[in-house]
Design a protein around this ligand. Structure first.
Ligand SMILES: *Cc1c(COP(=O)(O)O)cnc(C)c1O
Length: 306
């Protein structure tokens, strides 16, 4: 894949590495590693960057000068879009869900502005039209913008996520990733060999509904070697409790690895639970993808040791 935004000096794929992971109760006979996409950039989530690359390529090829996308006031995707657009020399517009943050910007939205993004706050009702062709056409005309769907969930996003597979060496039995829209999981599933099991951890309550959407994009024979769990949702998307925060602190003290409270902490908590249930066959090699998201920890910063 051609990297469009390598010009942004802080964005360097060579910073990504694989670190071993251990859990407080031990790993049993499983070997657990983590692919550190979080090292790519302090604010831009690793997987978001990959999903945006082919979108930037398409926008530039089609002569657009502006990128437009959607997200909430804490959206990892929105800030990644702002940063990616800036690095590619494009303008950007963010359509923000809800108007409550308009007067008092969240740190995420401040970062979006720092990257030059123009913010438009819309009611939740209007935001719900984000996939409606008429609504999108209106926005595209008004801003003369290339539109990236929420979460980078389009064909370009899936092909961008597939490029993450290049960073995964052979020999893993399982690859684990956190799931929001499922775009990252789809890209990885289609790019990795069929004998690698892909395990998606959904931080939403009832998140298994995503299975049907994801399945549409995965071709045989790889449709057999992936699964989702929404067991470790901690009350739902963006929700957490002291047990999760304690887990994050314990995990950090053991591994010196920071997790984000929305996605990767719930995944790693889930993996610890699965290890305790002897879910992985003896000797399994498991690679967990650290997809980033650390900018979203501001809301719990004072309760974290890192
Ligand atoms: C967005 C995000 C995800 C989910 O990615 P999808 O491709 O939408 O499934 C996982 N982890 C982090 C840190 C994210 O920001």
């Amino acid at each position: 894949m051609k990297i469009i935004c390598a010009s942004m000096d802080t964005m360097d794929e060579r910073k990504i590495r694989i670190d071993p992971v251990s859990f407080a109760e031990g790993n049993g006979s499983a070997h657990i590693d983590m692919l550190r996409l979080d090292l790519l950039h302090p604010v831009v989530s690793g997987n978001k960057w990959y999903k945006l690359q082919p979108n930037l390529e398409a926008a530039l090829a089609q002569g657009y000068t502006c990128l437009l996308s959607f997200g909430g006031a804490y959206s990892n995707h929105l800030v990644a879009t702002a940063a990616a657009a800036k690095a590619a020399g494009l303008q950007s517009v963010g359509i923000v869900r809800g108007t409550y943050a308009q007067q008092n910007l969240t740190p995420t939205l401040s970062d979006c502005k720092q990257f030059g993004m123009q913010l438009e706050f819309v009611s939740r009702e209007d935001y719900d039209k984000k996939d409606d062709p008429g609504f999108l056409q209106g926005l595209a005309l008004r801003y003369e913008a290339y539109i990236v769907p929420e979460g980078g969930a389009n064909e370009a996003g899936r092909s961008g996520a597939a490029a993450i597979a290049r960073l995964i060496p052979q020999g893993y039995d399982y690859v684990c990733t956190a799931v929001g829209t499922g775009t990252t999981l789809i890209g990885l599933r289609n790019a990795l060999p069929e004998d690698v099991q892909l395990f998606g951890f959904v931080p939403m309550k009832g998140g298994n509904y995503l299975e049907a959407t994801i399945r549409q994009h995965i071709l045989p024979p790889k449709d057999k070697s992936w699964q989702l769990t929404d067991e470790f949702h901690f009350g739902g998307f963006g929700k957490h409790n002291s047990e999760l925060l304690q887990f994050m602190n314990r995990f950090y003290e053991l591994n010196m690895l920071p997790l984000d409270v929305v996605y990767t902490a719930k995944m790693m908590y889930g993996i610890e639970q699965l290890l305790q249930r002897h879910y992985f066959p003896p000797g399994s090699k498991v690679l967990c993808i650290h997809s980033g998201g650390l900018q979203g920890n501001v809301s719990v910063q004072e309760r974290l040791v890192y």
